[in-house]
Design a protein around this ligand. Structure first.
Ligand SMILES: C[S@@+](CC[C@H](N)C(=O)[O-])C[C@H]1O[C@@H](n2cnc3c(N)ncnc32)[C@H](O)[C@@H]1O
Length: 263
């Protein structure tokens, strides 16, 4: 399937599971968002009240609402009309929600060249088949001293269908447990269907990009990388039962968060 058809199929899938996603995230997000994604985005953003921010791939508006609460003037866009309907239903009348496809550079640029202090993109790049148009549009939309901050599934550990391993060992009477991830591929991977959050009604395509492939389109668009975080859960987040989820992996970051600035 070519990338236009994959993108259109993605829109239909996101429409279909918008209600599930909105229930899962509620107003302020699930544990993964609250503990890892949002703090790392806000740390790199260093938002000042009154700044204009564009949130791309806004989903049910979880980050847009936070940014508005912190005093930003927020425009938020997504290509899924169902996601936008649910985002609007959650309130935040001051947020300007728009239906825009992030693979359409001109549609994004029409939001106003040089109008934004910051662009955020929270956990959406890995769902978008072509990311260069977004970086090119971002470069046009930002003021010269603006910044583009994105969080995505960490390419090295969490975007290539990692296998979780839980080992228990009794050595000399001492029982110890350890967790690891095993990868089969990193460099070349076609789009893969992934189940997303546990219980999601339908899988959708993930576009794994090794670090170079993720950042090169941003560099080509004229951005420099000037901030990077790799948030992981803390040891206290681990469950007693040792369930196989990211909360057990205090040493392996499932998220990569980057700040780009116009070069
Ligand atoms: C995993 S959700 C993340 C939502 C939200 N940013 C968050 O942090 O909860 C990915 C979002 O990206 C949107 N998306 C995927 N491809 C897109 C595209 N080509 N243009 C605009 N939005 C897109 C989906 O509709 C979905 O709302």
């Amino acid at each position: 399937m070519d990338s236009k058809r994959l993108n259109e199929e993605g829109r239909l899938l996101w429409n279909r599971k918008a209600e599930f996603w909105d229930d899962l995230f509620g107003d302020w997000g699930n544990q993964f968002h609250r503990r890892l994604v949002e703090p790392s985005l806000l740390q790199l953003l260093q938002l000042k009240a009154g700044e204009t921010v564009l949130d791309v791939g806004c989903g049910n508006g979880v980050l847009a609402r936070r940014l508005a609460l912190l005093g930003a003037r927020v425009t938020a866009c997504d290509f899924s009309e169902e996601m936008l309907r649910l985002a609007r239903a959650r309130g935040g009348r001051e947020i300007d929600y728009r239906q825009i496809d992030a693979t359409d550079e001109e549609a994004l640029a029409q939001l106003g060249e040089g109008q934004f202090d910051a662009i955020t993109c929270s956990m959406a790049l890995m769902d978008i088949p072509e990311i260069e148009p977004l970086f090119c549009a971002g470069r046009r939309l930002l003021r010269p001293d603006g910044r583009f901050i994105f969080a995505t599934m960490h390419p090295a550990f969490n975007s290539n269908n990692p296998i979780f391993i839980h080992e228990k060992e009794d050595r000399d009477g001492i029982v110890s447990e350890s967790f690891a991830v095993k990868l089969h591929a990193y460099l070349d991977m076609p789009p893969v269907l992934g189940a997303g959050a546990p219980g999601e009604p339908s899988p959708h395509y993930y576009y794994h990009r090794p670090l170079g492939e993720l950042l090169r389109p941003a560099f080509r668009a004229g951005f420099l990388l000037d901030g990077l975080l790799e948030p992981a859960f803390a040891a206290e987040d681990a469950s007693d039962g040792g369930r196989l989820s990211w909360t057990e992996f205090a040493q392996i970051p499932p998220v990569l968060t980057c700040r780009l600035r116009p070069g």
